[in-house]
Design a protein around this ligand. Structure first.
Ligand code: ADP
Ligand code: MG
Length: 450
């Protein structure tokens, strides 16, 4: 790369830093590489999925940097990794959200506490987050509609609000509305009853951004579906942004008219999957940073392992933990306190089939104590017969008394393989059939754990 090209690219990145939020920058910009500048073209290498964003949002930046460094008008040509001869696509003209005359103030109903800043990126939400950032940056032109679906407590409502908050942040006069589908249904029903349909139409068909949550609730509501269909068309055909969330994929939305389902697929459909362990830890660190209590690092790890499919439950647990910490005036939150808080939660909500939460550590401690060992021995590599046996008992008990997965149990024993855990479990189970003494031992330990 020539020094001039180098300077040009640095300028592009600087301008991008100024223009975009840190998350957007990280997600869309950092992947770009300048291959070179020839004549009127800046050749930029970029994963294909990120090219649309660049085309729609960085033309000005490239122009500015081009004039500053090369003194001429530059356009970008994007290349994916494998090939270099992709046809040059003209820059799309940026549809700028014009501040038309604003007849009435819109109550956005947004929850200001859900922002991009406090949304943690992880494997399970990379694409929904990326798409949400793109939509917030340029409503109505990137992915329209954006349809985000996934299980409960994974951040759909959070993302929806984050989009709205970011749009208003960049353009305070934008007409943004967040509404749950249930509220929309209620508004529709009330409007019909009170003969105020016209007002409802006015309210929704003149938005810049409609954020509608949990669209699955529209199932079988024929009248509301009709009105929503018209709203959708009015907004979409005017280039206004629609973002929907749902607990299932569009094709799975039974009870919804096909013409609606089809429209949901016009833009981008993307799903959120549960956060992995590292993401859960990161979320916990984010959510506990304002707490007046310190968490021991192992306490955060322990808690992150208790909930692996629902961030809302994780947060619910945090609230309980905070409460118990306050009542008990503790200095530092450890595993004990968390286990106590979780027991309280589980007993509130438990059905008979639910598994009691016993921390793995507690079982390891009881077993070690019973056999006169240390937990270090138990978790360590030693294969001495009595230690190996106690270890098998501990694995057996963890598998019977908790619902941890085999790999997770293996992890808690110095990273042993899940097949070792299964083998131990089967071995003890078989031994129990005719070993009275062992049965008594295991019963004794179990009693202590209850
Ligand atoms: P959903 O709408 O998918 O059921 P929510 O958006 O209501 O889930 O999320 C539940 C809770 O979990 C919210 O308080 C939200 O802030 C939090 N949450 C979920 N995912 C994340 C994440 N990746 N980073 C930070 N908080 C998250
Ligand atoms: Mg939700």
């Amino acid at each position: 790369m020539t020094p001039q090209e180098q300077a040009f690219w640095e300028r592009v990145l600087d301008l991008a830093v100024e223009q975009f939020s840190p998350k957007t920058y990280e997600f869309f910009i950092l992947d770009g590489k300048l291959l070179g500048v020839q004549n009127e073209l800046a050749h930029i290498q970029l994963p294909e999925v990120k090219q649309l964003f660049w085309k729609q949002n960085t033309a000005d930046i490239i122009l500015t940097a081009g004039f500053e460094i090369f003194g001429r008008e530059l356009k970008a040509q994007y290349h994916t990794d494998q090939e270099g001869d992709e046809e040059f696509l003209d820059q799309d003209v940026k549809p700028i959200m014009v501040a038309e005359s604003r007849p009435s103030f819109v109550d956005s109903s947004l929850n200001g506490k859900y922002t991009f800043d406090n949304f943690i990126q992880g494997e399970g939400n990379r694409w929904p987050l990326g798409a949400a950032l793109a939509v917030a940056e340029q409503p109505g032109s990137t992915y329209n509609p954006l349809f985000i679906w996934g299980g409960p407590g994974l951040g759909k409502t959070h993302l929806l609000n984050a989009i709205g908050n970011e749009v208003l942040n960049q353009n305070p006069s934008a007409r943004v509305k967040y509404i749950t589908t249930e509220e929309f249904v209620n508004e529709y029903v009330n409007s019909t009853r009170l003969n105020k349909m016209e007002e409802l139409k006015q309210e929704f068909r003149h938005l810049d951004v409609l954020l509608i949550d949990d669209i699955q609730y529209l199932a079988n509501k024929t009248g509301t579906q009709e009105e929503f269909f018209n709203t959708f068309n009015a907004l979409h055909s005017n280039g206004k942004q629609i973002v929907l969330t749902s607990d299932r994929a569009p094709a799975q939305l039974d009870g919804l008219e096909q013409r609606l389902v089809t429209r949901f697929g016009w833009g981008l459909t993307t799903d959120i999957t549960p956060p992995d362990y590292e993401t859960r830890v990161a979320i916990l660190l984010e959510k506990t940073q304002d707490f007046s209590y310190k968490f021991k690092p192992e306490a955060i790890e322990y808690l992150a392992n208790q909930f692996d499919s629902n961030v809302r439950e994780l947060e619910g647990a945090l609230k309980n933990i905070n409460l118990i910490a306050t009542v008990n005036k503790v200095d530092e939150i450890g595993i004990d306190l968390i286990a106590q808080a979780l027991r309280a939660i589980k007993s509130e909500t438990s059905t008979e089939t639910s598994v009691r939460v016993i921390p793995i550590e507690q079982i390891q401690e009881e077993v070690s104590r019973f056999y006169g060992l240390t937990t270090k021995d138990l978790k360590g590599p030693k294969r001495v017969q009595n230690i190996a046996f106690a270890r098998q008992v501990a694995m057996y008990l963890i598998r019977t008394l908790t619902d941890y997965s085999l790999p997770k149990i293996g992890d808690e024993f110095g990273g042993r393989d899940h097949s070792t855990v299964l083998h131990s479990y089967n071995k003890i189970k078989a031994a129990l059939e005719d070993d009275m003494a062992l049965r008594t031992e295991i019963e004794t330990i179990t009693q202590k754990l209850k």
